[in-house]
Design a protein. Structure first.
Length: 627
């Protein structure tokens, strides 16, 4: 098989898996799980084969033609797609294996694994897409499959509400995304990524601030940036493996991947908006994470914050780098934002998927208890989960030589070089990251058990622990770009290189923020059944809680007080003018004319003669006037 045939095969394979489960194995949870997991293993294997192979290819097939407009389904497999494909494949396989144990007793296991297969099909379509129209089709399929997975326990009110919230919030962003696609096609005559890049090289591309900002709306929805971030924390109502797959490594990362794909369309003003949106999201979500008691919601807000880092990195844009060769100095401008964003996306996929699955192991071991203040003492009860989760925490707070240390420093260096204000905000956010993650780690695993479920917690089986070990290894080595195949250099060569004094500043800053945040958490929080911050500073705790709820309250107010009242006003106008005056009014006039006409037909011959004579007179008068 050629590389293109391999790509087509793994794209269609999860679709075939979902179809077979839906048609033949809806009542056979074990077989459905086996089919879906086997398909995930095949996808991961072929993804690695494609990545290691030197061949890069593009292919396009015309799918729909309307006049001069043609919609194509195409494949663009370059270094960027190769990297994203490996991430989706590896994390997807780990989630499938973990789900074998986590969802073992679920009565709707077949539907769950069918949903996972649909999701994998949708994500692979986004990765392979060579144009914005194709990407949008699979973009919507990702939204649909995430709705199914978040709503897996649809008999409960909370998951049902969370899935609807996610679906609606993403539709808002996707409306802007679709407008951006249409405007891009109208302005440039194409939405094919290669053709857009060629137009840019030939200086024939129509640059506009509106086009990239409208396309960015799609990323605001999918990657949960302000102000559409409200759906992601609520989506934790779905099964925990879903949180690891969708909300750590794949779906929410699709927005970052899309931005990197449309980098040629970016203009300085659009990049500035993107940069500050990501920066604000990173800071806001970090504040919100401090007051969470649900282990999954802490990780959800952490994901929001780290996605903000990635968006900010992309928005920081290019970097001017000088290299000296003897007496000559060469200066070049590199698209460092793409490299830094994708680097952090890669490392974050590993350590955040590790922590989400680790939280799933904790929840499973504690008999579905999710409140961290009802845990404690799990370091001894679940040693493997404790060890791997500790590595994930160390990576995200920037512990030296782990994956997050390198990717976070790349973003901080880029911010330091291009915008000192963004650098200050992101550095402070790193302090908060260390604070809330060490808080989570200490309260969950240290001390003594604070509930019966924690006292009887135990480590899960091989399917629950093996994925943790794999992701822990990647968390340790994932920051060393030298271990990645040479094929990824097209992405990672764009990572900003720190030199001289700037490197020292970033290194000192990185270590300082980690020590300050972690030290504050160790000193402030006790592994107890109450929140130490709430006890010692209720005003600050209340302010942070109010900040967290502010967007939801704002949207609730808008829907209840503004949108609903506007809808009632429109309904009033519709009843008075449309239904009343126009529809019923015209009908009434026609009815009156009908009544009048019936009154003239009384069935008497002499009356008809009089009307006939009256008609003759009127006709004679009319004819006289004319002639």
């Amino acid at each position: 098989m050629t590389m293109l045939q391999h790509a087509i095969f793994i794209l269609l394979l999860p679709l075939a898996s979902a179809a077979s489960i839906a048609l033949f194995f809806r009542r056979s949870g074990g077989l459905a799980a086996a089919i879906s997991t086997t398909v995930a293993a095949v996808i991961a294997t072929i993804a690695i084969i494609l990545a290691l192979h030197n061949e890069r290819f593009t292919a396009s097939f015309e799918w729909l033609k309307l006049g001069s407009f043609a919609l194509s389904i195409g494949f663009k497999f370059d270094d960027l797609a190769s990297l994203m494909l490996v991430i989706v494949g590896i994390v997807g396989l780990c989630v499938h294996v973990f789900s074998l144990g986590y969802m073992h007793d679920d009565p709707a296991r077949a539907r769950y694994f069918g949903g996972l297969s649909i999701f994998m099909f949708s994500m692979l379509g986004i990765v392979f897409a060579d144009n914005l129209f194709m990407m949008f089709i699979f973009w919507e399929l990702v939204g649909f499959s995430s709705y199914l997975l978040i709503n897996h326990w649809h008999e409960k009110a909370a998951p049902a509400a969370a899935s609807k919230k996610a679906f609606i919030a993403n539709r808002v962003g996707d409306f802007g995304f679709l407008l951006g696609i249409v405007m891009c096609y109208w302005a440039n005559g194409t939405v094919n990524f290669a053709e857009l890049a060629a137009k840019a090289d030939a200086h024939a591309l129509v640059f506009s601030t509106l086009i990239p900002l409208l396309l960015f709306c799609g990323a605001v929805g999918k990657s949960a940036q302000l102000p559409l971030q409200v759906w992601l924390p609520d989506a934790m109502e779905g099964p925990t493996p879903v949180s690891a797959l969708i909300h750590a490594a794949t779906m929410v990362a699709a927005g970052i991947y899309m931005l990197c794909r449309i980098n040629v369309l970016m203009v300085p003003d659009a990049l500035t908006v993107i940069m500050w949106t990501g920066t604000a999201t990173a800071l806001y979500a970090a504040f919100c994470a401090i007051v969470q008691s649900d282990i999954k919601k802490v990780l959800a807000y952490s994901t929001l914050s780290q996605l903000g880092y990635m968006v900010a990195a992309f928005g920081l844009g290019s970097l001017t780098v000088s290299h000296s060769h003897g007496t000559e100095t060469h200066t070049m401008v590199i698209a460092a934002g793409v490299g830094a964003a994708m680097f952090h996306l890669t490392t974050h996929a590993f350590f955040k998927a590790l922590m989400f699955l680790g939280s799933g192991s904790v929840i499973h071991g504690c008999h579905h208890e999710q409140n961290i203040f009802q845990m404690g003492g799990l370091a001894k009860k679940m040693p493997l989960t404790f060890a791997t989760f500790t590595l994930g925490v160390a990576a995200i707070i920037g512990f030296p030589f782990l994956a997050g240390f390198f990717s976070k420093d790349a973003i901080l260096y880029l911010a330091f070089a291009n915008n000192k204000a963004v650098f200050a905000v992101l550095a402070f956010t790193a302090v908060l990251t260390a604070l809330y993650m060490v808080r989570l780690w200490k309260i969950t695993f240290l001390g003594t058990p604070r509930s019966d479920s924690a006292a009887h917690a135990r480590e899960g089986g091989l399917t629950l622990t093996a994925p943790l070990v794999v992701l822990a290894i990647l968390t340790v080595v994932g920051g060393y770009t030298a271990i990645y195949p040479q094929v990824f250099t097209g992405v990672f060569e764009l990572i900003p290189e720190a030199h001289g004094s700037d490197h020292t500043v970033i290194l000192i800053t990185s270590l300082a923020v980690m020590l300050v945040g972690a030290g504050a958490a160790l000193a402030l929080y006790a592994p107890a059944s109450t929140d130490s911050l709430q006890q010692k500073s209720p005003g600050l705790f209340g302010a942070l809680t109010a900040l967290q709820l502010s967007f939801d309250k704002g949207y609730d107010y808008y829907v209840a007080k503004v949108q609903q009242r506007f809808a009632l006003f429109l309904n009033f106008l519709e009843q008075i003018f449309l239904a009343g005056l126009i529809v019923r009014g015209l009908a009434g006039v026609v009815g009156l004319v009908g009544l009048g006409a019936r009154a003239l037909h009384v069935g008497r011959l002499n009356v008809y003669v009089y009307w006939f004579l009256l008609g003759v007179v009127i006709l004679w008068i009319y004819a006289t006037e004319i002639f």
